[in-house]
Design a protein around this ligand. Sequence first.
Ligand code: URA
Ligand code: URA
Length: 234
Amino acid sequence: MGRAMSDDRIVRDMKDALEFFMALGYERLPLPPLGAPGSRDKRAAMEQLREEIGDCRRCKLSEKRTHIVFGEGDLDARLMFIGEAPGREEDLQARPFVGDAGVLLTRLIEKMGLMREAVYIANIVKCRPPMNRDPEWDEIEECKGFLERQIDIIRPDAIMTLGRIAAGTLMGNEKVKITAIRGKLFEYRGIPCVPTFHPAYLMRNPKDKWLTWNDAQVVLAVLGRSGTTWRVKK
Ligand code: URA
Ligand code: URA
């Protein structure tokens, strides 16, 4: 078998693989930009931040938590989702949005044509409040600097906030009414943010899901407007 023949074969196999992804609706392959210096810097900065948080005891939430839920996703994500606080499942697994609310959030992300792995997901506070109570403002004050640094490292083109607490924290106004502000753009350090309901609220009020879907259109418009090819899965 000649060398030329097997090269042909490799090219054909690659073409088949690429056509397969195109048929799935990908406009580009969901691979991390290998060795891009920006990414390496981001990874180092994020690791350093995680080290600084350490076995955090800065607020009283640390007393009852199992794990710190730092956040996860693509450090080059163009879109960040910001929730409120870990729940039971998140506290056990040390991952954001992996319980019932997470199933709903993941479905929203996929319905928006994205993959969960291609966005970044974090919370306002990184430890579970006992009995899933709302995080208190002193706890938020203590923790939010870490989220701010995550946002600074990722520098997304858009942020979708989930629920009243996440929106209120980034807006610097703890009195916001989610029904009044949802779907309305605000800016956080120059980054367009779109508030919507919390997925846990939507589980209790499925009739409002269409409103969150409307809010998602605002997010998609923001991302479309900002230009670059998006990692699309139709
Ligand atoms: N609710 C949140 O706000 N965040 C999670 O990570 C899970 C549930
Ligand atoms: N109340 C909240 O705090 N969040 C919602 O998403 C809806 C009602």
